[in-house]
Ligand binder design. Structure first.
Ligand code: APR
Length: 325
C-alpha cells in the first residue's frame, strides 16, 4: 500500500521522514507539524497504520490551523528528498525476549531502514531513536554510508530533560531556569554530570546536598524504566518525541544549539570508533562541532565505562548480524 492521503508532497518543501509510525514516531510527527517546522512523511511496515495516523493528524489541522502536510505510507519512494530521516522503527524490550534477540530484530529493522531511506534521500541527515540507541546509531551509520557528521542518535537531550525535570521538581523551581547535563551512553551507564547542571547559573551542588543529587541522578538513570513500570504495555514516548523534535528544529532552523547527542567519536574523550553521547553543535549541515568538556578523573572513568559497554554491544551486534546472514 502506498500513500493514501488525498494530499501528496509534490512540491518542493522542507521534509522530515519518520520511519516507524508507532508512539514515538507519530508523536514526533505531531510536534514537527504543529511547530510548523516541516512537512512530514510517516512510514511504517503495517499497511494502513501510517496512513490512518497521517489522516488523523491532517484532520487536526482544522483546529491547529497549520498548513503542514502529513503523509502516511508503506513505500520508501514517498520519502524521497527528505532533509531529515528519523528512525523510530523497532520493537520494544518485552518479557520473554532476551537482549540478544532484541538486538537482532532491531538491528535488521534499523539497517534496512537506513539503507532504503538514504537511497531515496542521499543528502539527508539521519537521526536514530531506536534502542539500544548508541549501538543502533552505529549500525545505521555503517549501513547508510553517510559521512559521520550527518548521523546522530537521540538520547542525551532526553536524559538531560529528565534530569532537569527531577531537579526542578525537587527544588520547586521553574524548569525554565534549570540546565542539566547527561553524557555517555543511553542506558544504565549514562553519565549525568551534576557539575555541569545549574539553576539560574547556580551549580546544583549549592542548592542541594550530595545525597539528594545522588538520588536524582539515580532516578534519571532509571527515567525510562520508571515510565515502563507504570505503563506496563508501553515505553515512554512524549519526552523522547520532544527531545527528537528539538534536534530536528536545531538542524532545520540552523540554530547551532549545543545539544548532547550520540555521535561518532574519533578520539574525543579518549574514545575511538563508537557512537556515544557528547555535546555537539547542531545546524543545517548536521554535527558542526563536537565539544570536549573538562572532566574530572571520576567523570572520565564513568564516560570510559559507558563507552566500553557500547563497544562490546556493537561487537556482539555485528556478530549476531553476521550469524543471521
Ligand atoms: N519498517 C518500518 N516500521 C517498522 C518496521 C520496519 N521494518 N518494523 C517495525 N516497525 C514499526 C512498527 O510497526 C511500529 O509501528 O515501528 C513502530 C514502533 O512503534 P512502537 O512499538 O509504538 O514503539 P515506540 O514506543 O514508538 O518506540 C520506538 O523508540 O524509544 C525507542 O525503545 C524505543 O526502540 C523503540 C523505538
Amino acid at each position: 500500500m502506498t500513500s493514501t492521503n488525498s494530499t501528496t508532497l509534490n512540491c518542493p518543501s522542507t521534509r522530515v521522514s519518520i520511519i516507524g509510525a508507532g508512539k514515538v514516531g507519530s508523536t514526533l510527527a505531531q510536534r514537527i507539524a504543529e511547530k510548523n517546522l516541516a512537512d512530514v512523511v510517516l512510514l511504517d511496515i503495517v499497511e494502513g497504520w501510517p496512513q490512518g495516523i497521517a489522516l488523523d493528524l491532517m484532520q487536526a489541522r482544522g483546529v491547529e490551523r497549520h498548513d503542514r502536510q502529513i503523509v502516511g505510507t508503506n513505500n520508501y519512494t514517498d520519502t524521497a528528498n527528505s532533509n531529515i530521516i528519523v528512525i523510530a522503527a523497532g520493537i520494544p524490550r518485552k518479557p520473554g525476549l532476551n537482549r540478544e534477540d532484541l538486538i537482532k530484530i532491531n538491528a535488521k529493522i534499523v539497517t534496512e531502514a537506513a539503507q532504503q531511506a538514504i537511497a531515496h534521500s542521499p543528502e539527508a541527515i539521519l537521526i536514530v531513536i531506536t534502542n539500544p540507541l548508541d549501538v543502533m546509531t552505529y549500525l545505521a551509520w555503517e549501513a547508510s554510508g553517510l559521512p559521520k557528521h550527518r548521523v546522530m542518535g537521540m538520547a542525551g537531550v532526553l536524559d538531560s530533560a529528565r534530569f532537569q525535570t527531577f531537579i526542578a521538581m525537587e527544588l520547586g523551581v521553574s524548569i525554565a531556569e534549570v540546565n542539566a547535563t547527561v553524557l555517555g551512553s543511553h542506558g544504565d551507564l549514562m553519565v549525568p554530570l551534576p557539575r555541569y547542571s545549574t539553576v539560574s547559573g547556580i551549580p546544583i551542588s549549592q542548592l542541594m546536598d550530595a545525597g539528594t543529587i545522588d538520588r536524582l541522578v539515580d532516578r534519571t538513570r532509571n527515567g525510562g524504566v520508571e515510565v515502563v513500570k507504570l505503563m506496563k504495555t508501553s515505553s515512554a514516548y512524549f519526552a523522547p518525541a520532544s527531545a527528537a523534535c528539538l534536534m530536528v528544529e536545531s538542524i532545520l532552523l540552523n540554530q547551532s544549539r549545543l545539544l548532547p547527542c550520540s555521535v561518532y567519536l574519533d578520539g574525543q574523550y579518549g574514545v575511538q570508533d563508537i557512537f556515544l553521547g557528547v555535546f555537539c553543535r547542531l545546524g543545517y549541515q548536521g554535527i558542526e562541532q563536537i565539544l570536549e568538556l573538562e572532566l574530572s578523573d571520576t567523570e572520565r572513568a564513568a564516560f570510559a565505562d559507558s563507552g566500553k559497554l557500547v563497544l562490546q554491544t556493537i561487537e556482539s551486534a555485528k556478530l549476531i548480524l553476521e550469524k543471521a546472514h
